[in-house]
Design a protein around this ligand. Structure first.
Ligand SMILES: Nc1nc2c(ncn2[C@@H]2O[C@H](COP(=O)(O)OP(=O)(O)O)[C@@H](O)[C@H]2O)c(=O)[nH]1
Ligand SMILES: [Mg+2]
Length: 455
């Protein structure tokens, strides 16, 4: 069987009647889930409020998601080879692909950081082979990370070994098995063993891998058998030795791949679909949420300072609160953009009014103090004015933190206060924040600014 027919046959299985529902497209919600994440990423990448460093980090994720969505559309089958250095992973990849795509006999060196480990990829007619660096040099955690990463980008993993399993190999096998990917254990370099030796080693491997790999999925291959020394008699009857190259023997593995495609066909296609709606999109969604929260936190702080200074400096006491409300509404307009749910100025104003009403009900005492302080400001002179102004500005600051956080919560929930309503949501925000430390920080920051303003 030529290498290039493998995928055609696998695909034949996947789309044939044997496979039933296999050929049906990915579950709709899975695809739209990943498309949504891709869209969200795309808009963040173009968002100037996101710091450039974060954008470039997201660009990597975006590249991966696009690649994966692409793969989903094309219906490729990704097979990864995994194992220790020099077990013949690259050679096996070549043998399955039917051409020399990966360098054989090249040590990947001392890759100790799985995050930088390179996954090589080569394809032929929709069959994509993923070659991985060896796991020898990696510590337990990095090995696990690499295993997850490999499982994530493949539909099926072939674990390659060339003898009994070491402790590390068994651990890696367990990690891979836990990812629920179809898993094969290939004992490579079969040409090195005698027939009996080989079958007892296979038996032993089946035992050690039991519970992780099915017995029938543990098999022997020779990806790149050593040249054979052949002795021939020449015309003069003299013995002549010469080296004769031998072709790879991976027929048993091919047969198993076909059988697995039949057995796991459904799973394979579901994995294809679920992969990106699953772990990766969760991760990326979490990162997007983090990024938005960081940007929002910056924004809120920016408005806290602006409002604190405005309140502290405003010479007309009663106007303080009006100026403050205007700033809060402007902040909420910007926050709504960060969360991708833009509000108009009028909507923001109404939202601020709702939140302020809840805050006033909750903290009437503080707010009336602010009014008193506001009224007092400008009466006395000297440094105490600055101190009073800073204290009052700090209250304005604190109010902005609360309004910002409450608006943020409303936006994160998709413009909703949830079942418990605005009152409960605002009360929870107030309870979750350390008022005294916010006021202290605000006072210090405002005093610093007011003093330099006066100087
Ligand atoms: N005897 C024998 N040697 C093999 C076989 N497969 C690979 N090798 C040799 O093992 C060495 C490592 O192979 P390679 O594919 O680079 O291993 P990798 O580090 O796992 O990618 C090379 O020298 C190969 O020629 C095989 O089936 N039989
Ligand atoms: Mg290699």
């Amino acid at each position: 069987m030529a290498g290039d027919t493998l995928w055609q046959r696998l695909r034949g299985w996947l789309t044939s009647e044997h496979a039933g529902a296999i050929a049906t497209p990915a579950p709709r919600n899975a695809t739209t889930g990943s498309t949504r994440v891709a869209d969200s990423l795309r808009s963040l990448l173009g968002d100037p409020t996101i710091p450039a460093s974060v954008r470039s980090e997201l660009a990597t994720d975006f590249g991966r998601i696009e690649h994966m969505l692409d793969k989903l559309e094309r219906g490729e089958l990704h097979i990864a080879v995994f194992g220790r250095v020099s077990t013949g992973k690259s050679a096996l990849g070549n043998a399955l692909l039917g051409h020399e795509a990966f360098a054989v006999g090249v040590l990947h060196g001392t890759t100790t950081d799985a995050a930088h480990a390179r996954l090589d990829e080569a394809q032929h007619d929709g069959l994509v082979l993923i070659d991985t660096p060896g796991i020898n040099e990696l510590d337990g955690e990095a090995r696990e990370q690499l295993a997850f990463e490999v499982a994530e980008v493949s539909d099926l993993v072939i674990f390659v070994c060339d003898g009994d399993l070491t402790r590390e190999e068994l651990d890696a096998l367990k990690t891979l098995a836990a990812t629920q990917r179809p898993l094969l254990l290939a004992l490579n370099k079969a040409d090195r063993y005698g027939r009996d030796e080989l079958s007892s080693l296979l038996e032993h491997l089946r035992l050690r891998a039991s519970g992780l790999v099915r017995a029938e999925d543990v098999l022997a291959v020779a990806a790149d058998p050593a040249a054979q020394r052949v002795i021939e008699l020449d015309a003069h009857g003299r013995e002549r030795a010469h080296e004769q190259a031998r072709p790879p023997d991976v027929a048993a593995l091919r047969e198993r791949l076909l059988a697995i495609a039949a057995r796991e066909g459904k799973t394979l296609s579901a994995i294809n679909a679920g992969l990106y709606a699953g772990r990766l999109t969760d991760q990326v969604s979490a990162r997007i949420a983090q990024t938005r929260q960081a940007v929002a936190a910056n924004l809120i702080r920016h408005y806290c300072i602006a409002k604190g200074v405005a309140v502290a400096l405003n010479p007309i006491p009663v106007a303080d609160l009006l100026a403050a409300a205007g700033l809060d509404a402007a902040m909420v307009v910007q926050l709504s953009r960060v969360y991708g749910l833009p509000l108009t100025r009028a909507e923001s104003g109404r939202l601020v009014a709702v939140i302020s009403a809840q805050l006033a009900a909750l903290m009437g005492a503080i707010w009336s103090m602010q009014l008193v302080a506001s009224a007092l400001k400008g009466v006395s002179a000297g440094l105490s004015v600055v101190v009073t102004a800073a204290a009052q500005g700090a209250l304005g600051w604190y109010a902005t933190v609360l309004i910002g956080r409450a608006a943020e919560r409303y936006l994160i929930a998709g413009k909703s206060w949830g079942e418990a309503g605005a009152k409960r949501a605002v009360a929870e925000i107030v309870a979750s924040l350390d008022r005294d430390s916010i006021l202290r920080e605000a006072r210090e920051e405002l005093l610093r600014r007011l003093k330099s303003h006066r100087a």
